[in-house]
Design a protein around this ligand. Structure first.
Ligand code: NAP
Ligand code: ZN
Ligand code: ZN
Length: 355
């Protein structure tokens, strides 16, 4: 099936129109007509090969929402017309300890990521002759077990960013046991950060935003934050030392983790989800106060569904700016400058109809 898309031909060139060949749905596959796709900073990192090993041509996009348009003969979970989502991976081994525990993102074989990766071979392992292509396209075919249900009533465009930004922030808040009354700091108010504020607030936490931008204070309060601190002012780190139980760091650019660890209370935890260039961590930043520095990677299918249902129950969805696909290169530049409130979402209708 020839499907219109946008691709980066190489790390140095802008995205441009491209055609992908989607597989015909197999017995366990669903075909999804994509309506919206969020633009994650990970798309930019990978398009620009900032993590190494990027595969081109690359069709990015892992915040996918659409409507089921065909189902394979053995599909039991979905029917034509269902509103569904696809996140950061489309397959995994299903047999390793992580997969059995519903944490497919840590699959021992390596998950089949939605783009910049390969489809799985029927017998196991990734098939390097079959690249995966993401949601900057009008249609995708996915195994029914890697598809999420968009709760009824949730606007589809504002739901799209939940498939990555939502789960990436929900998962560590849950895993590390953030609870009502906890003092939580969110570092960086971007796509992930603004979801973190909304979700932590819905969990009952007292939420502070730590931002390097001076102009986001009112937005932070509107999103639900109780406090807002500008980290350009070095005095902030002294004045707030030992204040937080939990810090979620969503920043995409290099910054000094040691400064932020100083803001944790005794036995506090700081979790990295942002992926900037490496920065040294001093042992003393952790030793004094028995602090923990951890990381977290998206979330499994079961937890992603739990997050979607949690967001629906708490009336949480992303704040978005809807763009046509033709504006994607400009959107990347604006994201790097921090000029987005707070997630670009591509209106896939702008790609034209699949043939
Ligand atoms: P984004 O929308 O561009 O937001 C990043 C935020 O970081 C900005 O809004 C800004 O917030 C802050 N920031 C940017 N440049 C900065 C600088 N020079 N110094 C200090 N702060 C700066 O990006 P995103 O889509 O939320 O993604 C954030 C990071 O998470 C990326 O590295 C992405 O690859 C990663 N990510 C990880 C996972 C995972 O599973 N772990 C999943 C998705 C994304 P302020 O203006 O408020 O400072
Ligand atoms: Zn992402
Ligand atoms: Zn596995």
């Amino acid at each position: 099936m020839k499907t219109p898309a946008y691709a980066a031909p190489s790390a140095k060139s802008p995205l441009a129109p491209f055609t992908v060949e989607r597989r015909e749905p197999g017995a366990h596959d669903v075909q999804i007509d994509i309506r919206y796709c969020g633009v994650c900073h990970s798309d930019i990192h990978q398009v620009r090969d900032e993590w190494g090993g990027s595969k081109f041509p690359m069709v990015p996009g892992h915040e996918i929402v659409g409507i089921v348009s065909r189902v394979g003969s053995h599909v039991s979970k979905w029917k034509v017309g269902d509103a569904v989502g696809v996140g950061c991976f489309v397959d995994s081994c299903r047999a390793c300890e992580a997969c059995r525990e519903g944490e497919e993102q840590f699959c021992a074989e390596g998950m089949s990521a939605t783009y910049n990766s390969f489809e799985r071979k029927p017998g196991g392992g990734l098939d390097t002759t079959r690249p995966t292509y993401g949601g900057y396209s009008s249609r995708i075919t996915v195994d029914e077990n890697y598809v999420l249900r968009i709760p009824e009533g949730m606007p589809l465009d504002r739901a799209a960013p939940l498939l990555c930004a939502g789960i990436t922030t929900y998962s560590p808040l849950r895993h590390f046991g953030v609870k009502a009354g906890d003092k939580v700091a969110v570092v960086g108010l971007g796509g992930l950060g603004h979801m973190a504020v909304k979700i932590a607030k819905a969990m009952g936490a007292h939420v502070t935003v730590l931002s390097h931008s001076t102009g986001k204070r009112e937005d932070a309060q509107r999103l639900g934050a109780d406090d807002f601190l500008v980290t350009k002012d070095a005095a902030v780190f002294k004045q707030n030392a030992g204040r937080f139980d939990f810090i979620l760091d969503t920043v995409s650019a290099q910054h000094d983790y040691n400064d932020y660890l100083g803001l944790l209370r005794r036995d506090g935890t700081m979790v990295l989800v942002g992926v900037p260039d490496p920065t040294p961590v001093h042992a003393f930043s952790l030793i004094g106060g028995r602090k923990r520095l951890a990381g977290s990677l998206i979330g499994g299918i079961r937890e992603t569904q739990e997050m979607l249902d949690f967001c629906a129950a708490h009336h949480v969805a992303a704040d978005i700016e809807l763009i046509p696909i033709q504006k994607i290169n400009d959107a990347y530049e604006r994201m790097i400058k921090g000029d987005v409130r707070y997630r670009f979402v591509i209106d896939i209708a702008s790609l034209g109809q699949p043939v």
